[in-house]
Structure formats: C-alpha cells, structure tokens
Design a protein around this ligand. Structure first.
Ligand code: NDP
Ligand code: HSE
Length: 596
C-alpha cells in the first residue's frame, strides 16, 4: 500500500453542501492512484462562530459561563457535521469511507491543554486496509484519560489535526483552500500600489507564522517546524507539481504567476443519466472547465438542465466546430459512438468515455487514432464505475516486487447484482429490473446487463489493462434467458441465508493464455463478494505468490459514473497543465524568485 495522504478541507473551501462534490473529486484523484486518504474536515464557513455565539448568548442570559467541557462538546459538532456529510457524499459518489470517532482514535490531549500528544496510528492503519478513505472531524480532540472527555485543538485547529495525523501516520499533508496556495497578499483584494499579489512557491516556517491565524494556525505551524513536517497549501483543483505552496525549512520564494490557465473547453456527447450528472460536476468547477457544446439524439427528447439548453445540438459537426479540447462521450453503444471518438482523437481532441461497448470493441483502433492525433483516450467509467478498476490493474499488473498478476475476478455489473439481491428479498424479476432502471443503473436496454455481455466487455478491457492477449471464453452464463426458468428467477437464497448469489466475471492466466468466464456463483460469509450489495462492485486481483488485493466502489448509477469520468477529466487536465499534452500549459512559464 502507498503511504497515506492527509487532505484537510478548510472552511474557506467547504462553504456549504454544494462544495462537497469538489472535495470528493480531490479525494478520488488520490484513491484512483491507490493512495489511502484521511480527509480532515473543518466546519462549514461561519458555523463555529455561530455555535460560539449561541453558547455565549445563553451564558449571558443566565449569567453563568458554561464549562470548557460543554463548549468543547458543542463546538466539535460543526466539524462532525461536515465529516459525516462528506462521508455521505463519498458514498453517493461510490467511494467507500468511514468516519473516525475522535474519542476512540484521537487526537488526544492532556486534560486542560490544546496540544495533541498522539493519535492511535495502529488502529487507523488497520482501518485503512479496509477503507480507502477515512473522514475525521478536525479541531476536535479527546482527553487522554479513561473517560476520553471532549477537548479542542484551539481555533483553526483543523490544521493541527492534519499535522498530528501526518506525523503519526508518516503521511503527506495537504491543506486544501479556496485559492491555489499562499500569496504575498490577499488574492481577493486588488491593491493598486502593491501590484498584483504573488503566489508563494515556498514559505519558510518562520514566514508562515506571520501570515496570521486566519490563513494557518500558528500553533500547527510550530508543531510542523518542531517535528520537521513539510506540508502543502493548495487550491481545490490542485495539480501536483504545478501550483500550491510548500511550507517547510527552505527559504521563502515567490512566483511571478501570470493569469491562471484558461478553463479547458469540454464538449459532452449525451445528456442522459450519466451525461446530465457529468454536466453538473463540470459546472461545479468553472475555473477549470467550460462546457462548449452538448450533443443529444433529439433536442425535444426529454427535460434538460436549464444551463445546458443553449448548448444543445443534434449535429456532431457542430460539436467539433465548437473547438473543444476534450470530449466526454456518454451516449452508449458501438456505433456511431466509436466513429465519433475516433474522429475526435484523430483531430487531437482528448476523449473520456463511459462506453464499454465502444471501448471493448474498438480500443486498438481508437488507440491508434489517439497516437496519430497526439490525443489521449481514457475510459475509467467503462469498468466498475467509481471502483478504479482499470487504473488498479494497470498499476499492479507486475505486482509489488515482481509478484505477477495471474487472475482478476469480480462483481462487475451493478444491475445484475442489485437484481439478484432484490429477487432474493422477494421481488419479481420484472420489478427488480424496473427498480434498477429507475436508479439509473441499467443500460437503456438492460439485456446485456443480465445476459453477461456487459461483464464480457469489462473483462476484455481488464485483460487489456493487464497487458494480456484477448481471453478465450470458457463460459458465459445468462441470468435472464429461459423465461420462467431463467436463473435469476430461480434464486431462492433469502437474506437470512448465509449464502448470497453473485454474478461473477473472471479471467485467469493459463498455459493456453488467459481464460475467462461469467457465471452465477454462491458466496459464503467468508467470501469477499458476500458483502458486495446492490450497485456495489468489487474486484479481486490474484498474484503469483497467492497474495490477493481487493478494491471496492459503486459500479453503476449517475453519481459513481460521473466520479470516474471526472477522475479521467482531471487526469487529462493535469497532464495539460504539466505541459505533457496540448494545449500548451501556461502554468509552466512561471518563474521562481527567492524572497517575497
Ligand atoms: P442514457 O440512455 O440515459 O443517455 C444517453 C444519452 O445519449 C441521451 O442524452 C441521448 O440523447 C444521447 N444519445 C444516445 N444515442 C445518441 C446518438 N446516436 N447521437 C446523439 N446522442 C445520443 O444512458 P446513460 O447515461 O445511462 O449511459 C451513457 C453511457 O454511459 C453508456 O455508454 C453506458 O454504458 C455508460 N455507463 C452507464 C452507467 C450507468 O450506471 N448508467 C455506468 C457506467 C457506464 P437523448 O437525450 O436525446 O435521448
Ligand atoms: N449497466 C451497468 C451496470 C452500468 O449495471 O453495471 C455500469 O457499467
């Protein structure tokens, strides 16, 4: 496992519920790289002050000051609220997470102090083996006594929570704010005499201490200095290596930051269940993305988001004429989708697709067009939704220390999984399919969700990501053929039973090459697939040594699919900003100067 990263989301970033989706994007970018995340939350902007005011006015009315214990217990609730809402937002987007209870895991303080002594690093590491993301309320602490009474880490104390976690877990520390790092003066204010504020590339601890408590908690900076912890201050669309400010031992240096790079021009093909969600998520980051055109089959077809109406077209030529840097394809089916993707790539337009049919059937040709056009094609959402399946297989195909990947198996279709669960609970097959369609899990025509073809496409994409030749097919079972006798109708495994019916796709290397199958199997309580319910997917990788690695995520539905699409969009945007892909990155023209 990679070393964890602590991401602290400040009150300037988390102003309200609408900002949770950007926090999810920032977290997911790490998760898909296989990096465990500990997300530290501040309270929503202004929340702690409001709680403090309520307590003071109550105290004033009765003429008695509440105890520190009461104050600590009350003020913590702001951070606890955001930690739980962030965990719920991660769940909605298909990313597994858990909220850490401060009395159990820390940070701990000696009674009457606000300086953390430690967190329970061993227990947190154990949880990170099971959950890719742990959310923890910042600012909150527990007394290091058997009662574990409530305590605080001082105003701005979420910074301190990040520092103590970073120290005890040997984790990278990143503080996420609403601007791209630390500046010589407030970037929101224009001061004609001083000129435009300059972003600081690096800040020495000593200078960080003078920035003021609203920017960084001085006590947290001193903690970092005393424990030799370097940390970064970054913006919501952080791009590692390009923007942000590093705080540490080295002397302060500023950057002559020109105007930020223009937003990426994105065209969207399809505005259905997935496309509409992707549209909303692109719009949540207007500094990074501008949607320039939206292709649909028929404009009067269905209700459209108001903001998309002026961008709608039925003509692909018009989409290309809008000069997008990147196209997100969310229409579905083999053709005309594959042809459109190919045309875009050949013209140097990057493409992100959620379409497993087009990707599985045409990937080699599409990759050739991408090479010719100098463009990139990514298809994370085509397998596993928010479960980063292709990325994990691509990263671990040689295994750690040469332990080769020999097999891949998983629950890879959310619709069939949800249908099997619903039938086991007593639904009819037709009711179960209708419910999956209403949730936006099933394809427009759900035949391939149930006859195993969708899983076949995903297994083929996974085998390709592993660098293997196309697999031989041993067996493809169907859940839905056979009328009254269809396997899905005959599932009599009730929820009380220790066994669960699961539709499993697998591919294993053999001396005749990779061999694949799709089959209905029984999962006992000790089987990892037992707990994979509803729209969740799970992927198990088998290595030559006998070691296994399991990854989970929601595999279907608009939110998880959009999460995976946005992961790809951010990955391309990062490579553009690093100057690896066209259009050219202005960010790299920055020059660094010593001093402020
Ligand atoms: P929907 O049927 O809800 O939406 C499809 C959209 O594409 C509609 O806006 C439709 O236009 C448009 N469209 C379809 N065909 C054409 C065409 N030939 N020309 C122009 N526009 C067209 O599908 P989903 O959003 O559920 O799925 C989209 C893609 O995402 C599919 O490839 C699917 O396999 C994939 N996917 C879906 C997941 C899910 O959970 N739903 C998960 C992972 C991947 P109009 O609005 O006019 O009908
Ligand atoms: N219909 C697919 C499923 C969507 O249910 O898994 C995700 O690929």
């Amino acid at each position: 496992m990679k070393a964890p990263i602590v991401l602290k989301f400040g009150g300037s970033f988390l102003r309200g519920h609408a900002d949770l989706v950007r926090a999810v994007h920032a977290i997911y970018r790490e998760v898909r790289d296989g990096r465990p995340v500990i997300a530290v939350t501040s309270a929503f902007h202004g929340r702690t002050d409001a709680l403090e005011r309520s307590l003071r006015s109550l105290d004033a009315e009765r003429g008695v000051r509440s105890s520190e214990r009461t104050r600590a217990a009350l003020l913590q609730t702001g951070e606890l609220e955001t930690a739980n809402l962030l965990s719920a937002a991660l769940d909605r987007s298909g990313v597994p997470s858990r909220v850490l209870e401060v009395p159990r895991f820390g940070p701990f303080v000696e009674p009457g102090t606000e300086d953390p002594t430690h967190v329970d690093a061993k227990a947190i590491h154990e949880l990170l083996e099971r959950f890719p993301v742990l959310c923890i309320p910042g600012f909150a602490a527990a007394e290091n006594t058997p009662e574990r009474g409530p305590a605080l880490l001082g105003r701005g104390g979420s910074d301190m929570t990040a520092m103590v976690l970073g120290r005890d877990l040997s984790a990278t520390i990143r503080l996420v704010k609403d601007v791209e790092g630390l500046y010589t003066s407030d970037p929101a204010r224009k001061d004609a005499e001083a000129g435009p504020p300059r972003r600081l590339a690096r800040v020495a601890y000593q200078d960080a201490l003078s920035l003021g408590p609203d920017i960084l908690q001085p006590r947290a900076v001193r903690f970092a200095r005393d424990h030799e912890l370097e940390f970064e201050v970054v913006g919501p669309g952080h791009i590692a290596g390009v923007r942000g400010t590093r705080v540490g031992e080295r002397p302060t240096a500023s950057r002559s930051a020109p105007a930020p790079p223009r937003p990426l021009r994105v065209a969207l093909l399809g505005l259905g269940a997935v496309g509409a969600r992707v549209f909303a998520e692109l719009q949540s980051a207007p500094d990074r993305f501008e949607v320039v055109s939206v292709l649909v089959r028929s404009i009067p077809g269905r209700e459209r988001p108001a903001a998309a109406r002026s961008l709608l077209t039925e003509s692909y030529e018009e989409v290309l004429a809008a000069a997008p840097d990147l196209i997100v394809e969310a229409t579905g089916g083999h053709q005309p989708a594959a042809g459109r993707i190919r045309t875009a790539l050949a013209r140097g337009i990057h493409v992100v697709t959620a379409n497993k049919v087009a990707a599985a059937k045409a990937k080699p040709h599409l990759e050739e067009s991408a090479r010719e056009g100098g463009a990139v094609l990514l298809a994370s959402a085509a397998v596993g939704g928010a479960l980063p399946a292709l990325e994990t297989v691509g990263r671990l195909r040689t295994g750690s220390r040469g332990d080769a990947l020999v097999g891949i198996e998983g629950v890879l279709n959310g619709t069939s999984n949800a249908v099997l669960d619903a039938v086991a609970k007593g639904s009819s097959l037709a009711e179960a399919i209708e419910a999956a369609q209403k949730e936006g899990l099933a394809e427009a025509d759900p035949t391939h969700d149930l006859d195993g073809t969708d899983i076949v496409h995903k297994i083929e994409l996974l085998a390709r990501a592993a660098g293997w030749p196309a697999p031989r097919w041993l067996h493809q079972e169907s859940l839905a053929v056979g009328g009254e006798d269809a396997p899905a109708r005959r599932v009599h495994v009730t929820p009380e039973c220790q066994l669960r019916a699961r539709f499993i796709g697998s591919v294993f290397r053999s001396d005749v090459g990779p061999v694949a199958s799709v089959s209905l199997q029984l999962a006992g309580e000790d089987c990892v697939f037992h707990g994979v319910n509803g729209s969740w997917n799970a992927l198990v990788l088998h290595f030559e040594s006998g070691a296994t690695r399991t990854v989970m995520g929601r595999g279907a539905g608009p939110w998880p699919t959009a999460t995976a699409v946005m992961g790809d969009v951010y990955a391309i945007s990062r490579r553009i900003a690093l100057g690896e892909l066209a259009p050219e990155a202005e960010a790299l023209t920055e020059t660094e100067e010593e001093g402020r």
